[in-house]
Design a protein around this ligand. Structure first.
Ligand SMILES: Nc1nc(=O)c2c([nH]1)NC[C@@H]1CN(c3ccc(C(=O)N[C@@H](CCC(=O)O)C(=O)O)cc3)C=[N+]21
Length: 294
């Protein structure tokens, strides 16, 4: 058996084409959605992601603004930039690119974002609404990677209700909020949130119908850990130096031979990454639509 590929590029491009019409409708009501990114320092990975986000915006008709601060920026500089973004009329949503350079308190910075402009869904108010909104009834942006994972599974008709989901990794942007999302009413999965101190990780993963690997340990998830037919989503990214080509290369958390056991597999790259970006655009559009409601 060879797993069905969960094609994030194709699915994201479908989502983007759906957004184009909604953006046109917003503009006809005089609302111009605008996304800003705040990047501190010059980590090459972060530069690539930020550039990708601006390309995506251009593609669908969202205005975008790039604020880049040098690595030497102080926390006061970052706070001032956040204050400006909260006040800006053109910026309807923005993100602080993570990780911030060492020395900055990320949680403190996330807390300064105007929750109505929080395109990443990482402000404590919006994370709190994710906890409160067990029915999904509270309108608030969802963190982009968890939302992208669920959307990818839905669009491939992978059953979620009642299924056992094992999430590997408890980080702020993926594992922790994903557990909350999967257990909402309507999705109704049974979630096990695992991490570096989990005893018998392989045993936990073997019982999963859906495995989400978001730890950043290259090829951690082995083929013999996977229940035949399970859906496997590879989220972790590690940049490794390829000795043969001499170039940097991206490696996921899932061993390639998992493809011969899994029922569905998201490649990495071209899986969850593009979905994350599509959900960011979707959060910007939703927030702009909210601004039109009474
Ligand atoms: N505030 C904040 N929000 C984020 O959403 C956020 C962040 N900080 N910091 C870093 C992580 C990582 N992340 C990715 C998004 C897209 C791809 C993506 O599109 N990757 C391409 C490959 C891109 C490449 O070649 O580097 C792919 O998977 O096909 C990857 C990673 C968002 N993050």
């Amino acid at each position: 058996m060879v797993a069905i590929t969960l094609d994030g590029v194709k699915t994201a491009s479908q989502i983007k084409s759906e957004l184009v019409d909604r953006i046109a409708a917003l503009r006809s009501h005089g609302v111009v959605p605008g996304l800003a990114t705040l990047l501190v320092g010059n980590d090459p990975g972060s530069e690539t992601y930020v550039a990708g986000k601006h390309r995506d915006c251009a593609e669908v008709g969202i205005e975008s603004l790039r604020i880049d601060l040098p690595g030497s920026a102080t926390s006061a500089d970052v706070r001032a930039a956040i204050k400006d973004l909260n006040a800006s009329r053109e910026v309807t949503g923005y993100i602080i690119q993570l990780p911030l350079p060492v020395g900055h308190n990320e949680n403190a910075m996330l807390e300064l974002i105007d929750p109505s402009k929080d395109a990443d869904g990482l402000h404590p108010t919006n994370l709190g609404r994710l906890v409160l909104g067990i029915e999904g009834e509270l309108r608030s942006p969802l963190p982009c990677t968890p939302a992208g994972i669920v959307e990818l599974l839905r669009r491939y008709d992978v059953p979620i209700v009642g299924r056992k989901v094992v999430v590997v990794g408890r980080g702020l942007t993926v594992g922790r909020p994903l557990g909350l999302l999967f257990t909402r009413k309507g999705l109704d999965a049974t979630v096990t949130l695992t991490h570096s101190r989990t005893v018998d990780l392989a045993g936990e993963v073997r019982r999963a119908d859906i495995v989400v690997a978001a730890v950043g340990v290259p090829h951690l998830i082995q083929a013999d850990w996977i229940k035949p037919g399970a859906a496997v989503l590879d989220v972790g990214i590690t940049r490794v130096h390829d000795k043969v080509t001499g170039k940097g290369r991206l490696t996921g958390d899932v061993s390639p031979d998992v493809a011969s056991v899994a029922g569905h597999l998201s490649p990495n790259p071209r899986g969850v990454g593009p979905m994350t970006r599509a959900m960011l655009l979707s959060n910007v559009v939703k927030a702009a639509e909210e601004s039109l409601l009474p």
